[in-house]
Design a protein around this ligand. Structure first.
Ligand SMILES: *Cc1c(COP(=O)(O)O)cnc(C)c1O
Ligand SMILES: [Zn+2]
Length: 414
């Protein structure tokens, strides 16, 4: 286990005890999404990265000693994490980059990287004897929470926009969550959920608001480093809506750097959709997170649709501290990246995740990424999550009668 030293606000730098504060900074409000910090000198003296070779847990819990949970605490049984890691020379060639890797978090049990955060939150909720957890979500965080909670029999209340993709809503219902389809945007569902949680005493997983989601998500960076034998790519490219995943990726590499397990932190590039690009806008105009105003959020990539990115403070810091960048890509490029990526790699990505490929292409073209840099594309969500958008990205199949003649005709074989 790792004893939490303090929770720190990225806006005002005040620190708090986790016993005193559950959600965001009492001084700064919702923009002050707290960061979980440990005693790194102590951990450094105690832990040895090479001992992970003997670790039998093939899941995110192999890093339990770096997570905010007691060593003997129970963790949810679903296998979350230790997802596939591939080098792909075909994508490297297509993007004209030296080396490219994919980390496929669409292979998590509910089909997205969000499982890492939900597993962490449910583990903490169990530790504290909490009975009901709740979240607002564009779909994946809710599916993750519902799935992980089902594995331990915990009760879940979900707030999703009624426009969420059908497959994601189906997942929630199948897992047995209480599902509220909010007739409004994700941002509105988020406020509603926060308010209900505070009124009813439910434990709130809301992205950014709950400090522990980042602690779950950071394990993807640990895995990347371990799967690369404690080296790191030059650049990591991530799809960004609320900014919690990119904050988690940064925190993971930052932890490892504090421990002396890696020599540097990769440059982080966040990809947004042009129709939902609040963070790209803030980065371009050098805005401070506390001065950002709500922006429109219209895109085919529902998982990165956020008008008020909840973890804007940490997302901007992750990119600024690593000399990274934000890029916005239009919806047509996001959709066409789905089959492009799938045909080169066998990895079927949902739109928010295909956006990473579209963003990488633009980053190379605009020289934000150099041809001799090595790049990891973080695949955050499975393509089966949003079949409607996938179908829009490809031609239809060939309809035939069950005859040889009809098949020949369809295939234009003489
Ligand atoms: C949630 C999500 C993102 C974006 O993560 P944020 O923390 O909102 O920036 C990207 N891709 C997928 C598949 C997601 O589910
Ligand atoms: Zn603060």
């Amino acid at each position: 286990m790792a004893d939490i030293k303090e929770l720190r606000c990225p806006i005002c730098n005040r620190t708090y005890s986790p016993l005193d504060v559950t959600y965001t900074c009492p001084q700064c409000g919702p923009v002050g999404t707290l960061e979980v910090l440990y005693n790194y000198e102590h951990l450094k003296a105690q832990l040895d990265r090479d001992e992970l070779r003997n670790e039998l847990q093939q899941s995110m819990w192999r890093y339990k000693s770096l997570l905010p949970i007691q060593a003997d605490s129970f963790v949810p049984p679903l296998r979350v994490g230790m997802t596939p890691f591939y080098e792909t020379s075909r994508v490297a060639e297509a993007l004209q980059l030296k080396r490219v890797w994919l980390k496929d978090d669409g292979q998590n049990p509910t089909g997205s990287l969000k499982d890492r955060a939900s597993a962490m939150v449910v583990a903490r909720a169990m530790e504290q004897g909490i009975k009901i957890v709740s979240t607002a979500s564009t779909g994946n965080a809710a599916a993750a929470l519902s799935g992980v909670a089902a594995s331990v029999g915990m009760e879940v209340v979900i707030f999703v926009p009624s426009t969420a993709p059908e497959a994601k809503i189906a997942q929630l219902l199948v897992y047995g969550a209480t599902v509220l389809l909010v007739e409004d945007t994700y941002d509105v569902a988020f406020e509603l959920c926060s308010e209900m949680c505070l009124k009813e005493g439910w434990y709130c997983r809301n992205t950014g608001m709950n400090p522990y989601t980042v602690e779950g998500k950071k394990t993807v960076a640990y895995e990347i480093a371990e799967q690369m034998n404690w080296t790191v790519p030059d650049v990591v490219i991530v799809g960004v809506g609320d900014g919690n995943i990119i904050a988690g990726v940064y925190k993971g590499f930052w932890d490892l750097f504090q421990l002396g397990w890696i020599e540097r932190i990769p440059r982080l590039i966040g990809v947004q959709a042009s129709g939902s690009s609040a963070l790209a806008h803030a980065w371009e105009h050098n805005l401070r997170p506390e001065h950002m105003q709500p922006m429109p959020a219209n895109t085919v990539a529902d998982s990165i649709s956020a008008g008020v990115p909840r973890d804007r403070a940490k997302a901007l810091r992750a990119v600024r501290q690593t000399n990274g960048a934000f890029i916005a890509v239009p919806d047509d490029e996001i959709l066409s990246a789905i089959p492009t990526l799938a045909r080169m790699t066998g990895v079927f990505a949902e739109p928010s995740c295909a956006a990473v490929y579209a963003g990488a292409k633009r980053a190379v073209q605009s020289k934000l990424v150099d041809a001799d840099e090595s790049v990891l594309l973080l695949m955050t969500g499975n393509g089966l999550k949003d079949i409607k958008r996938a179908q829009q990205s490809v031609a239809q199949g060939l309809r035939v009668q069950p005859t040889i003649e009809s098949v020949r005709q369809a295939l234009q074989i003489r």
